[in-house]
Ligand binder design. Sequence first.
Ligand code: XIL
Length: 424
Amino acid sequence: MPDPGRVWRIHPPGAEPIRCNAVARACGASRALYRLDQERPPGALWPEKGDPEYQRVTATEFNSITEENAFKWVHIQPEPGRFRWEWADCVADFAERHGQRVRGHVLVQRETLPWVDALQGRELLDRMEDHITHVVQRYRGRIHQWDVINEILTDAPPLPGENLHTLGPESLVESTWKRESGIAFIEAAFRAARRADPDALLFYNDYFHESDLPRAPCDPPCPEIPGVFDAMICWKLRRAELLIDHLRALEEGGRPLIDGVGVQMHLHAVDHYRRDPACFTRRLRHFAERLTNRGVMVEITEMDVSLMDLYREYCDTPDVRPVATPEALALQAQIIRDVLGACLAVRGVSGVTFWGVRDRDSWLGPFFAKTDRSDLLPVCRNPHVHMPLLFGDNPDTPDTVELLWKKPAYWAVHHVLVECAQAH
Ligand code: XIL
């Protein structure tokens, strides 16, 4: 039987659809994220105006929803004291109608609004606590897990003098929160969330350079953590462990402040993976073990596997839509099988969320089209090269919006979940 602590339901092959956690681009279009001046287009899950096929797939194939943007500060409190709930309400209502759990993403992130940036000292922290209290209390009992804080650990090599034994401001990326409070905002955020809904599970969510894993050599080992990681992951993981230790040592209502770590898992199907998949999965498993050994849950929170590296030649011709070869789709499926297999073998890994349902809606297209990190990330103007999710357009009827095609990636998830159920 599946571990009851894990949230997916699994059915024998062929009987019923897989039900794993999924993110849904729910009631609004994410393109609107930083364009508050523009009206949001009606989103796919919006009851009257939405997309019935998208709703059907989201309702029947998944047992958990994370909305990519609806719960972010920029949407919920765009101006001081003006809360806009309709988008987040729509997601919570949709999930309730279909018996799904909700992961709330996210209460505090590095990116902030200009009006928040202008605040100082205690006033900033008061505003943050007020925001968290409003949002978490409103959905009390309806949101299963909150990403309380997102992406605030630096992955840079340690600065001279950085103490890798205690969490300090040097462990963090630059942000308004750090500027005004050092590390104090972290404890304050988790405390406020815990008070507002003592039953919700509280997570720290981040990327851990998963996409660099396949490129990094297995040796030499990371100096701080013997045996497994390349330096970047090593430092970031070390800082995550410090963050966990910091928050586990603090209590609110008789419980430690943190319950889990979200590992985003945005991957690229790169050639290197083909050369040494065993190394890749070994490191990943070890990574999950190190986190769960600290007594916290681990959840894969934003998985996708981009095929961009295989279709780079199309990056400058955005109107051309490459058709993925069977080999490319099989490689993607294999990566999903290996990664999920390695992670789910670790007790304490409690679920997996895909960052989107259909290839055509993935955030990766717009993100790579104009990344502001072109020093690190390639720019790719063609949104069709990624094909990173479980559902694609039917290759036989590419113009039909109905009949979403279950890709080999979908069956890979199915397979892993069935195996996982049998193993427990
Ligand atoms: C992304 C959304 O998917 C996009 O729609 C939006 O434009 C930008 O944010 N890691 C995170 C998420 O934690 O919040 C990001 O979501 C994707 C990367």
